[in-house]
Design a binder for this molecule. Structure first.
Ligand SMILES: [Zn+2]
Length: 344
């Protein structure tokens, strides 16, 4: 099933039937369900009793194979790290992974890149004919995870695609794709969910404060859903209170309380808060924390915008090295002291 905010994209895409592009690049913000959409589209293309609007029937042999993850004319290519985490694997790969594990090779860190070996394996797949006589479909997610060697290997196939092969590339960061890859795909920007549709969906998933979380997630419902069950939410709320205190922010308490959290997570909170402070000053409305609007207004009036902008750059620089922090506690202390000093 696709998400309720995707019906329009689905219907418009069906107009391409009859001259279906051999490579479709579905792109848009993270957390709006692009992967599920691509998988549903793949199932629709493989279904042998397709419904009028391109919907898969859910009952034919192809749909059953698809649901079990072993349709012979379907491949999904994801980085190893993601496959392990989300169970996004082809049944055949899972067997191979298990064999690896059995041989005790699982000690290395799973790769976050799509590697050339994966693309080579894919080329074997597209090189042989269709098992069922219909389309062969490849979902590649996220496309920005293709490393250079893998992207170049894929490029040749995208230039001269074998008949009947459809690539569904999914990306939240097309700015990171090779222009040569982009130019060989039909680009399809996925529609952002309307806030009321997204809020209703979140409420139906049992999320309280749906609209506040949706705002914090930048309008992406799946990100909002993840935030709702975030085990660090209490600390997040505590940190926002510290930030809201402006000149009274207790930087040492922040270092102490947050030191065990992943650095990127805390930097993300700080970045969104700073974004909102600037937005409050310039546009008069916060984007991520509308529920903290009063505190943002108060803080925004206590320092000048250029100091905010400078501090924002400091946080951004810290994000660039966030995966190799020297000492999380010191990093946080220094940042929160810098924040407090904005109001001095
Ligand atoms: Zn079917």
């Amino acid at each position: 099933m696709i998400y309720p905010w995707q019906a329009d994209d689905w219907n418009r895409l069906q107009q391409l039937r009859g001259h279906w592009p051999h490579a479709l690049l579905l792109h848009g913000q993270a957390g709006i369900g692009k992967l599920r959409f691509a998988q549903h589209l793949a199932q629709g293309l493989l279904c042998e009793a397709q419904q009028a609007n391109g919907e898969p029937c859910g009952a034919c042999v192809a749909c059953n194979w698809f649901a079990q993850g072993n349709h012979p004319d379907y491949r999904i290519i994801v980085p190893e790290a993601l496959a392990a985490e989300a169970g996004l694997n082809n049944a055949a790969d899972e067997k191979a992974d298990k064999a690896d594990a059995d041989e005790g090779k699982k000690t290395r860190t799973p790769s976050k890149e799509i590697k050339i070996e994966q693309i080579r394996g894919l080329l074997d797949f597209v090189g042989v004919g269709s098992h069922r006589g219909g389309a062969r479909v490849v979902v590649l997610y996220p496309a920005e995870a293709l490393n250079i060697a893998a992207a170049n290997a894929l490029l040749k196939t995208l230039e001269e695609p074998p008949a009947g092969v459809v690539f569904l590339m999914v990306s939240a960061r097309i700015d990171r794709l090779l222009p040569t890859i982009i130019s060989r795909c039909r680009q399809w920007p996925m529609t952002m969910p309307a806030p009321d549709v997204a809020t209703r969906w979140l409420a139906a998933q049992g999320v309280a404060e749906a609209s506040a979380l949706l705002a914090e997630a930048g309008g992406a419902p799946l990100t909002a859903l993840a935030l709702a069950s975030d085990e660090n939410r209490a600390l997040r709320d505590w940190t926002l209170k510290q930030l809201a205190a402006g000149p009274d922010c207790d930087a040492f308490a922040c270092g102490e309380a947050l030191q065990k959290l992943p650095v990127p997570l805390v930097l993300g909170w700080l970045q969104r808060w700073m974004y909102d402070l600037l937005a409050q000053r310039t546009a008069g409305a916060p984007r991520y924390f509308p529920q903290a609007s009063a505190a943002l207004t108060r803080c925004a009036s206590q320092a000048d915008a250029s100091a905010f902008a400078r501090f924002m750059r400091t946080v951004t620089r810290q994000r660039a090295v966030e995966n190799h922090p020297l000492n999380a506690r010191l990093v946080f202390e220094e940042l929160f002291i810098g924040y407090r000093d904005l109001f001095a």
